[in-house]
Design a protein around this ligand. Sequence first.
Ligand code: FKS
Ligand code: ZN
Length: 348
Amino acid sequence: MRTIYSDRHRLHVSPGEFGFGAVVPAFEKPERADIILARIREVSLGDVLSPDEFPLECVSAVHAPFLIDFLQGAHAEWSALNRSGAAYPITWAGGGLRRDRTGGSVDTKLARYCIDAATPITATTWQAALGSANCALTAAARIVKGDPAVFALCRPPGHHAGIDHYGGYCFLNNAAIAAQYLRDRGIQKVAIVDVDYHHGNGTQHIFYKRGDVFFVSIHADPDFDYPFLLGYGDEKGAGPGEGANLNLPLPDGAGWDRWAEALQEALAAVRRFAPEAVIVSLGVDTYRNDPICRFKLDTEHYPRIGEQLATLGLPTVFVMEGGYAVAELGVNVVNVLQGFEAAARTRQ
Ligand code: FKS
Ligand code: ZN
């Protein structure tokens, strides 16, 4: 399986995140991509290619132009106020505050566009985010050209970024951008399977009212973990998208048996939808030793995830999302990809 990777991810380095009453070092850091890439090379998974450049229309096909403009210019606006460091919001758009205002000062816009205190914008964040989206687009383009499966080693991640908001270490929704690219290249129905520990609220937001992209997510119940307040089982899609959204929230401490059962349910729903291609939002923060997550999967379970995904028998783009147990991250991610490849080979 080919990997699409760009060094541009190094242009995004978070100075830290606020959580549980303290500013702590960022969990989402460049070393994450390094260790995954090292493992890919160690096991000779396949070629590692640099991404191509794509027109910005590929991004504005899923994100509001005002969000894109904001992300590009936010740090310059921040610096113009003689502030050092990275741009973080100081308030959020809850509590009946207006969300129809898209302009104003950088703080007004941060309040409107950002959902948390963990997703700082530095002077070079935009370039990294765009490089990450280009990795997903390049992987999608290879699928269109006939590759059976491609791994987009995206960093920063994407699944928390919605049409008009960002957060959760995510700026642009790489998986959604890839799915839309496939749609625009004549693939009629696409399914996105999100196996990251956190609910892909951004991806759900983007496709909620659409019937052409099915979204299914297995994740920590939003009653106890991030992103909170979205990802409940009663969110089924709306309008033409009715029935094309499936959330499978799991309880605190869920282990492999419970998780694997949810995966079966997710894959059965994907089969009923009968897509022509699949995007996997691949997070391995379900791992037992993950520092910010509460599921209990082991390293030996990751090949089985890949194996199960391969039973769909469809062209598949893997898009990297979360996973913070850095020492084991490379092995866990590549285990999914190798499990997929081994199963796909025996199916032929
Ligand atoms: C600890 C609070 C955690 C943010 C969690 C973000 C999770 C991001 C992710 C992604 F895939 F996007 F990277 N707050 N201080 O893993 O879902
Ligand atoms: Zn996650």
